[in-house]
Write a protein that binds this ligand. Structure first.
Ligand code: C2R
Length: 214
């Protein structure tokens, strides 16, 4: 009984203490969009540690102008129930933030990074040079792109030793699916969702065939 009371008091003290700690203690990279899981537990700040453990994919982009494309990756991860964060990191404009993000990502629980950028897109490659985590690059056809080729080639043509898995121009949805597939190699529930997704794709095409044959 005494031990239970002592534990209760400890929880209360820890809760009050951690509530007054700076947000950065638990989450140094302010997400563009709040992570929705554990929303109900938000008032209990210590539980952010649990949220940190649950985070699996980091989606980063060079500018908010990339968001309409990069949202596709977030949508796919949401569909598969994968925890992600979405934020802006630029190798060119915020080099310190980029190196911090890349070097701290694994410790923050992230297992795959999706990085999108347009024009001279050095972000995915530079992030890959700082981390052992798999990096999926999304070339974005931005306002400063020359037909998108600049972005495709600067993400795709990495030197040996620092791979970036490059998807198609504006192919953020595929980046989300690929990240889920990487995670699914050690998560059978997620693998089942991906199998179902493949079946759904096939059914969609069957539907198109039947429609054409009518
Ligand atoms: P603005 O729309 O902000 O001018 O950005 C962004 O990804 C965006 O597509 C134009 C484009 O510049 C890109 N950008 C990069 C990097 N940082 C921003 N390619 C980088 O570090 O690689």
């Amino acid at each position: 009984m005494v031990a239970l009371r002592a534990f209760g008091v400890w929880c209360l003290v820890f809760g009050v203490w951690s509530y007054h700690q700076p947000f950065e203690l638990f989450e140094p990279f302010e997400p563009l969009k709040p992570i929705e899981t554990f929303k109900l537990l938000q008032p209990l700040q210590p539980l952010k540690l649990i949220k940190k453990m649950a985070l699996q994919v980091g989606i980063i982009m060079g500018s908010d102008s990339d968001l309409p494309v990069m949202q596709g990756a977030a949508d796919m991860l949401k569909q598969f129930g994968v925890e992600y964060e979405l934020t802006i990191v630029s190798a060119h404009r915020t080099p310190k933030r980029m190196s911090d993000y890349a070097t701290q990502a694994a410790d923050r629980g992230i297992r795959v990074i999706i990085a999108g950028a347009g024009g001279a897109a050095h972000l995915p490659g530079m992030v890959a040079s700082y981390t052992h985590l798999p990096v999926i690059g999304v070339p974005v056809k931005s306002s400063n792109s020359i037909d998108g080729w600049d972005s495709v080639l600067s993400i795709l043509q990495m030197p040996t030793g620092v791979p970036v898995a490059t998807v198609a121009l504006n192919g953020a949805k595929n980046a989300g699916i690929l990240a889920a597939q990487i995670l699914a190699t050690s998560d059978s529930a997620l693998a089942d969702k991906l199998k179902q997704y493949k079946k759904d794709l096939e059914e969609q095409v069957q539907g198109m065939i039947s429609k054409l044959n009518k």
